[in-house]
Design a protein around this ligand. Structure first.
Ligand code: 0X9
Ligand code: ZN
Length: 303
């Protein structure tokens, strides 16, 4: 008879250095949840006297199916923001978080069941000819297919039959456009190689505000390194990795107008490739908490 709306997942200990067992038993009823929502709204109103929403940070992960550390890290961040709220209050006081922990679920499932190195979506091509799927990170409509993207459906970097041919990229497009006034930062988690990349990926020309993007990345990197992380390589996608157009990061900045846009390539390699052992998840997650803490401080102070 109870109207159960939300199942929260709680942990008896926080996912700190050792990782905690998740116990999915904490079920809340509607009344309690409504009350909490009202409390939250009350707090938000106090923070935003002009009735303006807090600046927002959008995070997605798993656009590339095989990069498993990415969705795990997004879940780690969600867990910390929700279940470790006393320690992460400074991250949520002045910033709203919009987190999509698994952008390409069909591909994610397929690389668990059939092909570990699957990267693309799983869409069918016309009349079943050619190969399934497109690289959703070549499918955004900004300098689409100009460089570093393929016409061939069987390629790992197939750009799709047209810009936004894939439901996965359309979903992110629609969400970002609907929230673009509020969103100040776009983060997209990939693996691997330890990079903090900012636009552009379609050209070696830098955006006019690249110094801001670069300085903020350096500051966040320093915080991660102080917390024990390997340093990440910082620069524009084209200049420190390779040129590839149609990426979500370029579109978020170039079309949606979200000023701060980064692709974060998480650790891997060293014989692990995309199979970073699960025992690394808490450490990678902890380092990312240091990174996003620097980002949140900056975004929280933006007008
Ligand atoms: O090639 C990609 O899509 C990303 N690297 S990955 O190894 N995870 O596939 C880098 C994307 C950087 N951004 C753009 N080129 N726009
Ligand atoms: Zn990727």
């Amino acid at each position: 008879g109870r109207d159960l709306r939300v199942i929260t997942i709680s942990s008896s200990k926080t996912l700190g250095d050792d990782g905690g067992d998740i116990d999915p038993t904490d079920v809340e009823d509607k009344d309690k949840q409504d009350k909490q929502e009202q409390d939250r709204e009350g707090r938000a109103k106090k923070k935003n006297r002009k009735g303006k929403a807090k600046p927002g940070i959008f995070i997605d992960a798993g656009i590339h199916a095989r990069e498993w550390i990415a969705p795990a890290t997004a879940l780690y961040i969600i867990h910390q923001l929700v279940e470790n709220a006393t320690h992460t209050a400074k991250l949520t006081n002045d910033v709203d978080w919009h987190i999509l922990p698994l952008m390409n679920p069909d591909g994610y499932e397929y690389c668990h069941t059939t092909d570990r190195l699957w990267r693309k979506t799983r869409s069918k091509t016309w009349w079943g000819l050619g190969c399934a799927g497109a690289d959703a990170n070549r499918n955004f409509d900004f300098h689409w297919r100009e460089v570093g993207a393929s016409w061939s459906s069987c390629s790992f970097t197939y750009a799709g039959s047209k810009p936004f041919s894939e439901p996965e990229s359309r979903a992110v497009r629609d969400y970002l456009l609907a929230n673009k006034e509020q969103l100040k930062m776009y983060l997209t988690y990939h693996s691997y190689g330890n990079f903090l990349l900012y636009p552009w990926g379609y050209t070696n020309t830098l955006p006019s505000d690249w110094k801001t993007l670069d300085a903020l990345a350096k500051k966040a990197n320093a915080a991660m390194v102080a917390a024990g992380s390997e340093p990440y390589t910082i620069g524009s996608s084209t200049n420190v990795l390779y040129a590839a157009a149609g990426g979500s990061d370029d579109w978020a900045k170039g079309v949606a107008g979200i000023p701060l846009s980064y692709t974060i390539e998480l650790p891997g390699g060293n014989g692990h490739g995309f199979d970073l052992p699960a025992s690394y998840i808490p450490e990678v997650g902890r380092h990312q908490m240091h990174l996003i803490t620097v980002f949140a401080k900056y975004v929280g102070a933006m007008k």
